[in-house]
Every structure is written in C-alpha cells, then in structure tokens.
Design a protein around this ligand. Structure first.
Ligand code: FA5
Length: 325
C-alpha cells in the first residue's frame, strides 16, 4: 500500500517537470503501460488474500486514475503552450508602420483644363468633345481654309491618307457643333491636337480648348469681356487682356490674344468673329447670326500661370516636375 502511494508521488513529480509530449508519453508507459509500475501492482492484486483485495484494489485504482488525470491535464497544458508558441512565431505587429506608397494626384494639365471648364461652365458654356482623327473637310474646308493654305501642308500635319489626318486644332468642333445644333449656342471643347512642331514652346501633341458662341448681335466686346473674365479668374484680378490683329481663315476680324501677367505680355490664344463663310458652310444665315470663337493652348496657360519654361516638361513625366504642381 505504501509503495503504491509512493508511486503516485513519484509520478506527480515526473509529470510536473515534464515539458513535452514525448516525455509525457514515456511517463505514461512507465506507470500505466502493459509492464508499467502501476500495472504490475494490479497484477499483484490476484495473489493477495481475498479480504485484502477490495481495499488494495481501491487504492490502486485511485492511484491509476489520479496519474491518468495528471497526465491528461499536463498534456492539455503542453498543447496549449505549443499553440501559443506557434502563434508567437507568426504574430504580426499591427502597430509597425506599413510600406509607404506615394499617393498620386492629377496632372497639372488636367487641373488647368478642369479649372477652365469650371470658369466657362459658370458663364453658360457647355462642354462638348470630338474625334482626334478628322477629315480634311471638318478640319480645313468647312473652316474656310483653302487648299493652298500652309496649315494643310503635309509638312505641318499628320496625315493617314489624303483626306484623313490627326486634327491640327479643335476648331473642327465648331463645324460639328453647328451642324448638329440650332443657334443660339455656347460651347467649349477641350482636347488633344497634333502638329509637326517640336521645341521648347511647341509640342507635336498638345491640348487646345475651343470656344464658340453664336447668337444675334454678338460683337468683339462680348469676345473681349469673356476672355478678360477668364483671365481674371485664372491669373487674378490684375490680369489684363490685349487683342492684336491677326489672321485665321475662319474668323474675321481675327486676333492673337495676350495676357498681362507678372510684368509680361504673353500670347495664349487665337480668336475672332466667326467668318460669314463658315456660317454658310453649316447652313446658318450670316445675316441673322453672329458669333465669336477662340482656341487657347492649355499648356501655354499652365506655363504662364506656373512659370514653366519648357513645354516638353509636360510630357517628360519626370516625377520631380509632376510633384511640383
Ligand atoms: C489655332 O489653332 C486656331 N484654331 C485658334 C482659333 C480658334 C482662332 C477659333 C480663331 C477662332 P493657333 O495655331 O494660333 O490657332 O493655336 C492656338 C494656340 O495653341 C496658340 O496660341 C498656342 O497657345 C497653342 N499652340 C499652337 N501650337 C502649339 C504647339 N505646337 N504646342 C503647344 N501649343 C501650341
């Protein structure tokens, strides 16, 4: 009896100092296995006199159950610890700073385009768009630009075939709009245009915004006021606008328009009163209708406003440039 109770104390000791499954298993075999110490005690039971059997049996059973219980508890504990260790290994510290990603922003040209759209929309203009691949009729003929005009030269434009080209300006939108709508109308049309140009103030692909206003009794004063209002909103209250006489086949009279900004006159657009021939080409009666049109270069406006010296910076995609604006 004493021996059996000592077995329990020994087993308890061993179990509490075990700290992995393998040693627990060995302990189980040592005490409860087929040839285990407790099992051997049980076998002794048979040899005992009848009257001692129940008492001894009860003690052995108790010891066996106790060891079993201790083993199971320890097993549970080890399992738990192993789980914690595993999680510890793959643990993610959510308070660590993450991989930093730079946030993009709109390109300076898109910003200038949207700013101008907002200004003209607030004055009652509607935004329309048109195709970048144009035919010579919309791009030139309908705009009163005859065959001999230098703008039609293959040296100046990108042709697909004799009658198809990349539009050289947004003015064909005037034609497309007037063929579709009845006057009065007021539209602006931003978009890419293409020419065989390339230097610090000229790109082969650049952005224009066309403006067209057709109504009764439209005069140069309406044109000048509209452009002055635009200039004040883009460049500030002190901005001034100057019209210089110029020539475009589709306007009469025609102007080149400069703005006064930070001490300089800078040319930003071409404009004029819609030529009666253009009205005739789209079926408007020039005796009834009058209008003004303008075509401004968005890159040039951005250059003036932000002091950008080389127009090619817009398309170089150098982040150091892009991040500035
Ligand atoms: C025209 O394109 C006319 N269609 C403008 C117009 C519209 C006149 C309606 C009258 C009525 P021009 O070729 O001058 O005109 O170009 C207009 C503006 O586009 C210029 O003032 C300039 O700001 C810009 N521009 C012209 N060529 C380039 C280029 N290669 N790169 C960047 N900007 C350019």
């Amino acid at each position: 009896m004493k021996e059996v109770k000592e077995l329990l104390i020994e087993a308890k000791d061993e179990i509490s100092s075990a700290n992995d499954m393998a040693s627990l298993n060995n302990i189980r075999i040592k005490y409860l296995g087929k040839k285990g110490l407790v099992t051997l005690e049980m076998k002794k039971l048979k040899k005992l006199p009848q009257e001692e059997k129940p008492k001894f049996g009860a003690v052995i059973n108790k010891v066996r159950n106790e060891i079993e219980k201790l083993l199971n508890e320890k097993m549970e504990e080890i399992r738990k610890n192993e789980k914690i260790k595993k999680f510890e290994k793959i643990r993610v510290d959510v308070t660590l700073p993450g991989a930093k990603r730079d946030k993009g922003h709109l390109h300076i040209l898109t910003k200038v385009q949207r700013e101008l759209e907002d200004i003209f929309i607030s004055m009652g203009f509607e935004v329309v768009e048109g195709p970048e691949v144009e035919d010579t009729w919309h791009n030139f003929d309908a705009l009163n630009t005859p065959e001999w005009h230098p703008a039609r030269d293959a040296q100046d434009s990108f042709y697909f075939d004799e009658k198809t080209l990349l539009r050289t300006h947004t003015s064909p939108i005037q034609i497309r709009t007037m063929l579709e709508k009845k006057p009065p109308l007021a539209i602006i049309s931003p978009g890419r245009v293409f020419r065989r140009d390339y230097d610090s103030t000229h790109l082969p692909m650049f952005t224009q915004m066309e403006g067209l206003y057709v109504d009764k009794n439209v005069t140069v004063r309406h044109l000048k006021y509209t452009l002055e209002e635009m200039a004040r909103r883009v460049f500030g209250e002190s901005a001034k606008v100057r019209l210089k006489p110029s020539f475009f086949p589709f306007t009469e009279p025609s102007y080149e328009v400069d703005v006064w900004f930070q001490g300089n006159w800078l040319e930003i657009l071409g404009a004029g009163m819609v030529d009666p021939n253009v009205f005739r080409n789209v079926g408007y009666d020039p005796e009834t209708w009058s209008g003004f049109a303008f075509g401004l270069g968005l890159e040039r406006i951005a250059m003036v406003k932000y002091g950008i010296k080389d127009i090619r910076d817009f398309i170089r995609n150098d982040v150091r440039f892009l991040e500035n604006y």
